[in-house]
Design a binder for this molecule. Structure first.
Ligand SMILES: CC(C)(COP(=O)(O)OP(=O)(O)OC[C@H]1O[C@@H](n2cnc3c(N)ncnc32)[C@H](O)[C@@H]1OP(=O)(O)O)[C@@H](O)C(=O)NCCC(=O)NCCS
Length: 176
């Protein structure tokens, strides 16, 4: 397994960042967010968006919403040319670090029931299924409507959760 040399930067909606994120989103999501939605997200004081960069190239992004003491991962995607190089792991780790800095207690997200690769990724960070939102994802020209699996982590301060993140850091060779 190759682990790409990646740096993380905050999404501040420069033209280059918006172009890159919109392009990655358009080839990653069944119902892609628009450039305008991303621009609005960056202005949301309760949100943090991180970008993964290799040299001058933006190769992935992650979005975190803070709802009091909950952290919601609202979107994550990696350029198809850069997948399976642990870019998403690096992005999620950065989102957890941001969550920790904001005193977030636990993290949650929704994922398509059919998105097995994403669920494997989330499992490494301690997300476990806790419920279903029926027909959460509307049908598209290519896909039927689909349920969302709701996933939650344990509180970030629990020793088991800290251990999981320590294992992720070790794999990525990233220090706390
Ligand atoms: C899901 C996604 C973000 C993963 O990005 P990635 O950078 O390729 O993921 P990583 O390389 O960091 O993978 C980390 C772990 O996730 C799991 N994983 C990721 N992609 C996988 C795949 N295609 N098959 C099986 N496991 C996979 C593995 O456990 C992997 O660890 P390993 O490499 O040690 O086996 C990427 O495939 C993507 O952008 N998909 C389209 C958008 C999407 O589905 N977003 C999630 C919406 S909820």
């Amino acid at each position: 397994m190759i682990t790409a040399a990646i740096s993380i930067e905050t999404f501040v909606a420069t033209e280059h960042q918006l172009d890159s994120v919109t392009a990655i989103e358009s080839v990653s999501a069944a119902t892609p967010w628009t450039r305008n939605q991303f621009a609005q997200e960056v202005a949301n004081p309760h949100a943090w968006w991180g970008l993964a960069r290799s040299g001058a190239t933006i190769v992935g992004f992650v979005g975190l919403h803070q709802v009091i003491d909950e952290g919601h991962i609202v979107n994550i995607a990696v350029d198809p040319l850069w997948r399976r190089r642990r870019v998403a792991m690096r992005l999620l780790l950065a989102a957890f670090d941001e969550g920790w800095a904001r005193a977030i207690l636990a993290m949650t997200l929704e994922v398509r029931g059919s998105a097995i690769s994403a669920q494997r990724l989330y499992h490494r960070f301690g997300f476990v299924p806790t419920g279903i939102r029926p027909h959460y994802y509307p049908s598209t020209a290519e896909l039927p409507a689909e349920d969302a699996v709701i996933m939650w982590t344990e509180p970030l301060t629990y020793p088991d959760q800290e251990m999981r993140l320590a294992r992720v850091r070790a794999v990525l060779k990233v220090s706390p």
